[in-house]
Design a protein around this ligand. Structure first.
Ligand SMILES: [Zn+2]
Length: 460
């Protein structure tokens, strides 16, 4: 399934829109780029596609709550309410059972997924606030909650998590463009899948921003508006998958050394990060702790012959050009070894402990000392470097060119979202002095044509 957009014309003062689907076979250059660039102002608008954000996966059961809500399933079940209500979905005897509990009332019903939930005040455990439009599916014993939202709403939820809004404006703009490019590239890549992005570091961290009057939300919204339509284009003419990370430690790296992916990337030297000493880190970990996290039983290790250095001993294979650990190898016995990529090693030990793959390790007997520089995977835009370059007077475009020298910054023509974030979401039961929100309003009858019943494996 391809991307959807709306083509709009004006007639008798009314804006008339029709949904248009662009087939996947047409490729990105004939979808996103054509979608945005060929829709001239005379025709109306080219709207950015909705983003399908995988908010939560939960085996067997899923919960949320809302005060005013509408809900409907794929068959004929439909309810609405305006009390504080708790919802749970359970898989029971080959059926999906929805329980709705509000003060003085509780009932359960079999429902057919996907379930569509529309609310402007929903919450769900670790997910936090829910976006106004949510779809819940079930596949292979796991419920999956997917939020549907505009590109700009999604970017706001990413950017407020990714970087301090108090950093220099040009760094914020560069980050906004990088996040937009990454998102559009993922939308294209996953157009046949059930969601576009995960609300985690698997893609980009995300949390729905409900309080849009905050200084942070207002500032980021302004950055989104001021970079509206700006994306990076790859040498192949597609939207560039713009990875970014916290701090490169002095040199960025390429996706191949981290994930084995084949994206076209250059590693760049980043002198501001070489100069900064606050990106140095060190941690000492007990070998027993490391073994537990890697799933190795130290007791099962055979004693190493005295003339060798075997046993629970690691080898660290470094990329010659940027000193990053690409492979970690250890011996269970003289005959048997195991291997892990540097990035997977970080993931299993903990991203907060092994803060980057740019490290050296020292064997201290029953412990290992790790000494490193930088935070994150090291590919693409370096956030701390962006900040420092912006402080030295670089523009967002210069920053983007520095970290993505192979990509070209282009501007796509897109529909403008409201300039102000402060708006009434449209609940007529509550008086409001604010103007009504625009296209971000939750709309009954959420289109779920792009949501099927399959689950995408985790990307990295
Ligand atoms: Zn850097």
């Amino acid at each position: 399934m391809g991307l959807h957009s709306r083509f709009c014309t004006r007639s008798a003062g009314l804006r008339r829109c029709r949904r248009h689907r662009l087939g996947i076979s047409e490729g990105l250059s004939h979808s996103l780029l054509v979608l945005f660039t060929l829709l001239s102002p005379q025709l109306g608008f080219g709207a950015a596609p909705d983003v399908r954000v995988s908010l939560q996966r939960s085996p067997g059961e899923i919960h949320w709550r809302a005060k005013s809500w509408q809900i409907k399933d794929a068959a004929s079940f439909a309810r609405r309410g305006d009390k504080d209500t708790k919802f749970s979905l359970r898989w029971l005897n080959s059926d999906t059972v929805l329980t709705i509990a509000s003060p003085g009332s509780k009932f359960s019903s079999r429902v057919e997924l996907p379930l569509e939930v529309t609310t402007d005040n929903g919450e769900a455990g670790e997910v936090g606030f829910l976006p106004p439009r949510v779809v819940i599916r079930f596949h292979e014993g796991t419920f999956q909650m997917i939020g549907l939202m505009s590109l700009n709403d999604y970017l706001l939820g990413v950017l407020t998590k990714e970087m301090s809004d108090r950093w220099p404006v040009e760094a914020l703009k560069a980050q906004a463009v990088a996040a937009r490019s990454y998102t559009l590239a993922q939308i294209e890549k996953r157009s046949a899948e059930d969601f576009d992005v995960e609300a985690s570091i698997m893609d980009q961290e995300f949390a729905w921003v409900r309080d849009r009057s905050s200084e942070s939300a207002q500032r980021w919204w302004q950055m989104i508006q001021e970079t509206e339509g700006q994306v990076l284009k790859s040498p192949e003419g597609k939207v560039f998958k713009a990875y970014y990370h916290s701090d490169c430690g002095g040199q960025t790296t390429t996706p191949e050394t981290v994930w084995g992916a084949a994206d076209h990337y250059d590693a760049v030297s980043d002198s501001v990060c070489s100069e900064r000493t606050s990106n140095s880190w060190r941690v000492t970990l007990a070998k027993g702790n490391i073994a537990r996290l890697l799933g190795i039983s130290l007791n099962s290790l055979k004693p190493a012959p005295p003339q060798t250095k075997l046993g629970f001993q690691f080898d660290w294979v470094r990329s010659p050009f940027d000193e990053r650990v690409t492979l970690v190898e250890w011996r269970l016995s003289p005959e048997e070894g195991q291997l892990l990529t540097g990035q997977n090693f970080r993931q299993m030990i903990g991203f907060q402990k092994i803060k980057s793959t740019r490290f050296h390790a020292q064997d201290l007997g029953d412990r290992i000392l790790f000494v490193g520089r930088g935070f994150g995977h090291g590919v693409g835009l370096c956030q701390w470097g962006s900040r420092d370059w912006a402080l030295r007077g670089w523009t967002a475009e210069q920053i983007l060119h520095h970290y993505y020298p192979q990509a070209q910054l282009i501007r796509l023509a897109v529909e403008q979202e409201p300039k102000s974030l402060a708006c009434d979401p449209g609940d007529s039961r509550r008086p409001s002095s604010l103007p009504r929100c625009g296209k971000n309003l939750p709309t009954p009858g959420v289109p779920v044509s792009r949501v099927s019943n399959r689950i995408m494996p985790i990307r990295r």
